[in-house]
Design a protein around this ligand. Structure first.
Ligand code: SF4
Length: 360
């Protein structure tokens, strides 16, 4: 019997946000669907159904979930999944911490990821379009005080690259793990900003590796998405999401998608307010309607998981296999070619060779 690699289910609960980060697409992680909010009753059905099928990791995101009128209901749904042994997390920009803390004290989840891009008011404001800098720091300290498990996510661009060491010190002082993400090109409309602001994190990874050694590469739940290198820096873990290293793709991504290799690849199933589920964040036509009943939801999940289990891992040409320390599909003649050139000559790994991880 084939063992399924169950991915995380990302729930884009709302497409609305109170920030305007220049590196983020309108509608956030739901950028290829219409504006809206997920019906909490439908979400509850979906999570129950997914759990009965074997899914065990759920992440609430947006937009900014805390500003939704359904926020508490969404939290109750993922809390109920956590009570049954699932891994439940949420992304937020931390601006509504007064609302968030009482809810998560009552209904604790595994991790809250706070997007926070600088230890500097001016840089923070430039990147987020928000004046909440001091408020977010206060919120981080209040969440720690209330023992709510948090991680900081920092998108690294030219604007805040020189602020990374301050962020690491901030996290070390508070014993918070840090995830550094490169700036993924969202769409062709934002290519000028991306060209001006993109920073390749390979240099940062090399310097952290030289100083602290590497803890290895980890992927997200089920072994999908990018291989992210992890470093232990004093008392905290720093994980680096460098989209130039590798990601996971479906064979049809490689054979027929003009966006291949898109930076994030296939990392999760994504549920969106337009009542669809998808394994591709960018192409609307690949969305699967989930309908209104347990039967239609179950069928959509089965179809999506089947597609995800056909995926393969693809290493880009910024690293050689020996540098990664991880078995790779790259052959020596591919090194030095661009990712799109590689796509024409890939040797595809079988599904059984995708590593299995419960979560990361
Ligand atoms: S994940 Fe979507 S956008 Fe990316 S290569 Fe595959 S089909 Fe294209």
């Amino acid at each position: 019997m084939k063992i399924l690699n169950f991915p995380m289910i990302t729930i884009v609960a709302t497409t609305t946000c109170n920030y305007s980060c220049y590196y983020c697409n309108p509608k956030g992680e739901g950028h290829s669907c219409e504006y809206g909010e997920i019906d909490p009753n439908l979400l509850s059905m979906l999570i129950k159904c997914a759990q009965s099928e074997g899914f065990h990791s759920f992440r609430l995101t947006g937009g900014e979930v805390t500003i939704s009128k359904y926020f508490k209901k969404y939290c109750a749904v993922i809390f109920s999944a956590k009570k049954k042994g699932c891994y439940a997390t949420m992304n937020t920009n931390g601006s509504s911490w007064e609302k968030l803390i009482p809810i998560f004290k009552e209904m604790p989840i595994n991790l809250i990821r706070i997007s926070f891009d600088a230890i500097d008011n001016t840089i923070f404001q430039k990147m987020s379009g928000s004046s909440n800098y001091s408020k977010v720091i206060e919120g981080i300290d209040m969440m720690l005080y209330h023992k709510i498990p948090i991680q900081i996510n920092m998108v690294v661009t030219k604007s805040n690259f020189n602020n990374i060491s301050k962020m690491i010190d901030f996290c070390k002082q508070r014993q918070i793990n840090l995830k550094l993400l490169d700036y993924e090109l969202g769409n062709k409309k934002t290519i000028d900003v991306w060209n001006n602001e993109f920073v390749n994190l390979q240099y940062l990874r090399n310097s952290l590796r030289n100083k602290y050694g590497s803890e290895g590469y980890f992927r997200t739940t089920g072994g999908y998405g990018m291989a992210m290198e992890v470093f232990k820096v004093d008392n905290i873990f720093i994980r680096i999401k460098d989209s130039t290293v590798s990601s996971t793709y479906h064979p049809t991504c490689i054979s027929s998608c003009s966006l291949f290799p898109c930076p994030e690849g296939v990392f999760s199933l994504i549920v969106r307010p337009d009542r669809t589920i998808t394994w591709c964040r960018r192409r609307k036509e690949l969305s699967i309607p989930i309908g209104f009943s347990f039967k239609t939801i179950r069928n959509a999940l089965k179809s999506a998981i089947k597609t995800m289990n056909e995926c393969v891992e693809v290493w880009h040409d910024s690293l050689t296999p020996s540098e990664t320390g991880v078995e790779s599909i790259m052959t020596s003649e591919m090194i030095g070619k661009s990712a799109s050139q590689i796509s024409n000559s890939l040797k595809i790994k079988g599904i059984s060779e995708i590593p299995r991880y419960d979560r990361c």
